[in-house]
Design a protein around this ligand. Structure first.
Ligand code: COA
Length: 177
């Protein structure tokens, strides 16, 4: 089995969300990631100290990433949204996705940063400690399958209400949008 590349936070590597778009495009297929996530993320607030990146020195680029965004839930205060998570196609199936998600949850836990939610495949995320949000408890401003709406019990208050993006103002101030 191949050794996994080292994982560090996007903050330590000095990478922004736009630096990681190329990797996401490769992992998700051309256009798919951009279609699903652009617009939603425009101006949204990445948490670079919590987002994790696998870096390959030989290739001189990121080969995996799991992003965390600062959001809020209307009834439950601050929250964090995990996703997307992506691994370079050649490296998929080798444990890197699990390691990236584990590095994110460890960073969130050690920062005591808040309730972690995501929309993703329960087959991948349930063994990593995520559970379904009770039906109807959390609403998104985009179509989100309730069966894929998950949170991490133990990471904060149960998420409730409407999920709100936080945008990064020009001054750096956070505003709920
Ligand atoms: C999903 C993804 C990040 C997983 O990364 P990976 O490095 O391939 O995953 P791992 O090798 O760490 O797999 C961990 C476990 O999850 C399982 N798994 C992997 N991808 C899965 C998926 N899409 N659905 C369900 N289970 C999955 C693996 O079989 C493995 O289980 P096992 O230990 O019982 O064998 C990666 O396949 C990827 O980038 N896919 C394309 C982008 C994508 O679909 N992202 C998810 C949506 S945000």
């Amino acid at each position: 089995m191949r050794a996994l590349p080292p994982i560090q936070s996007a903050a330590k590597l000095g990478l922004s969300a736009s630096d990681l778009d190329r990797l996401m495009e490769r992992a998700f297929g051309p256009g798919r990631f951009a279609k699903a996530a652009s617009g939603l993320r425009d101006g949204a607030r990445l948490a670079p100290a919590l987002s994790q990146v696998a870096w390959c020195d030989q290739a001189g680029e990121a080969v995996g990433a799991c992003l965390i965004w600062e959001v809020a839930s209307s009834a439950g205060g601050p929250a964090l949204l995990l996703g997307p998570i992506a691994v370079e196609p050649d490296l998929q199936g080798g444990g890197l996705g699990r390691a990236l998600c584990g590095a994110c949850t460890a960073a969130v836990d050690s920062a005591g940063a808040g309730t972690l939610v995501l929309v993703g495949d329960p087959g991948f995320f349930a063994p990593l400690g995520f559970a379904p949000v009770p039906a109807g408890q959390l609403r998104f401003d985009w179509p989100a399958d309730p069966a894929r709406t998950l949170w991490r019990p133990g990471s904060g208050q149960p998420p409730a209400g409407r999920l709100l993006w936080i945008s990064q103002g020009r001054s750096g101030a956070a505003t709920v949008k």
